[in-house]
Design a protein around this ligand. Structure first.
Ligand code: HEC
Ligand code: HEC
Length: 385
């Protein structure tokens, strides 16, 4: 929320002429103005070709910053600014995305980090430009066209030039970069990095977990399950700013989302995952996707890079088939049919997925109870009762 002082300050920035440097409201002023600008831009439909779609359309602050619209595909995929175009991947939450490290490759050839399911953006500032120019998303023809839309708004121009200098708009690329930086500042703000879930409050000693939540927590962190080998960044499970992703890439053997592909017309195509990243282009990485954060996971259904599962229970139950092959584990409870073959069979990480024990319904329910505690305070009303 804007404090009255900050609001006043921002209005002052908006009203006063460009190039005033750091003055009126002190050093914090300019950074705060940039965050407020980033928030405004994130919600501004004028940055899409049809003036009908903003970042917040697909990263809805009322739904854990994910796309809750049905889109004719059970919310698995997002429609673009023309109301028709459909992508091929599920929109991840933007909460905590600012903490994803840039893509790196270690000596062993293992990749880690990068934004998007295939790590193709280095950081949030780089990422923010891509949806605006994506022909399936906000559909703006060029960076210059985005800058022209921003220039329509005098408050934006004032805030940007106050921070980046009076000459900013002489160079479209520089102005486009400044706009993306403002979005990135907003994505680093406490709105997106709240760390105020029940789990965080539990770590701070402010609340007690229920018996179910606590048993789920113990299971999640125990060697009975193998979750933490992929869904943990810090080595200690008490790390206060844990984002529940190693940010590494794995193929967990997911089937294609055939129902969604029947609607977007991509039946029979293969999402190459990390190998689709132009800087990677390595056949061994086909079908691997970056481990997603589990923060707010309970309120950002459907699940996986292609939104193939509607329910958190299913997403966890899916792992069982790698541990024990039997008739029960072979059926997707959402469809009543077999899970379906992995979209990319060749790179499925069978050995990594074969650790731990299969989970019965009761234990899955406990883990779900734990995952519910990773919901930021503002999203708690969205939790299923
Ligand atoms: C039409 C829907 C749509 C719009 C509009 C949209 N996004 Fe996204 N966003 C997605 C999808 C889908 C992905 C995943 C795409 C992929 O991995 O290839 C994504 C990925 C992201 C990610 C990466 C998260 C992660 O975990 O890697 C961030 C951050 C993000 N979007 C921010 C934004 C911002 C900022 C805007 C506005 C400038 C925006 N998005 C506009 C659908 C959308
Ligand atoms: C070998 C690494 C690995 C292990 C072990 C693992 N996961 Fe995952 N998990 C992933 C990857 C990778 C994805 C994303 C897959 C994709 O979209 O293609 C994922 C996705 C998920 C999702 C969906 C999140 C979303 O936003 O779509 C949930 C929930 C989840 N995992 C929970 C768990 C739990 C609980 C465990 C332990 C029982 C576990 N995972 C074990 C790697 C792993």
């Amino acid at each position: 929320m804007l404090s009255p002082l900050r609001l006043l300050c921002w209005i002052a920035v908006a009203v006063l002429a460009a190039g005033m440097g750091t003055g009126a409201c002190g050093a914090e002023r300019s950074e705060q103005a940039l965050e407020d600008l980033g928030r405004a831009v994130f919600h501004d439909v004028n940055l899409s070709a049809s003036r009908s779609q903003s970042c917040a359309t697909c990263h809805d602050p009322a739904h854990g910053f994910s796309d809750a619209r049905d889109n004719g595909v059970g919310a698995a995929l997002s429609r673009g600014a023309d109301g028709k175009s459909l992508g091929d991947r599920n929109a991840p939450t933007t909460a905590y995305a600012a903490l994803i490290p840039p893509l790196t490759r270690d000596a062993g050839g293992q990749y880690q980090g990068g934004l998007f399911h295939d790590g193709r953006a280095r950081d949030t500032a780089e990422q923010a430009g891509q949806p605006m120019l994506n022909p399936l998303e906000m559909q703006m023809p060029s960076a210059a066209a985005v800058v022209a839309r921003v220039r329509e708004n005098p408050a934006y121009v004032a805030a940007l030039t106050a921070h980046f200098g009076a000459g900013l708009f002489a160079d479209d690329e520089a102005a486009f970069k400044a706009i993306r930086e403002a979005i990135a500042v907003f994505e680093r703000s406490p709105v997106m990095l709240a760390f105020d879930s029940r789990y965080d409050r539990y770590l701070r000693g402010e609340v007690k977990l229920t018996a179910d939540e606590d048993q789920g927590r113990v299971l999640f962190f125990s060697s009975l399950t193998n979750c933490t080998s992929c869904h943990l960044l810090e080595t200690t499970h008490l790390a206060s700013r844990e984002t529940f992703s190693s940010y590494r890439y794995f193929n967990i053997g997911l089937p294609a989302n055939h129902a969604a592909r029947a609607v977007n017309g991509r039946a029979g195509t293969v999402d190459r995952g990390l190998a689709a990243n132009p800087t990677v282009n390595d056949e061994r990485q086909v079908g691997k996707f970056r481990v997603p954060t589990l923060r707010n996971v309970a309120v950002t259904a459907p699940y996986m890079h292609n939104g193939v599962f509607r329910d958190l229970h299913t997403a966890i139950f899916f792992y069982n088939q790698h541990l024990v092959k039997n008739a029960d584990n072979a059926i997707n409870p959402e469809t009543g049919q077999a899970w379906g073959a992995p979209e990319v069979p060749a790179t499925v990480e069978h050995d990594k997925l074969a650790l731990g024990q299969p989970l019965d319904d009761e234990r899955i329910a406990l883990i779900v109870a734990f995952l519910n505690t990773l919901t930021d305070k503002r999203f708690e009303p969205l939790l299923k009762k």
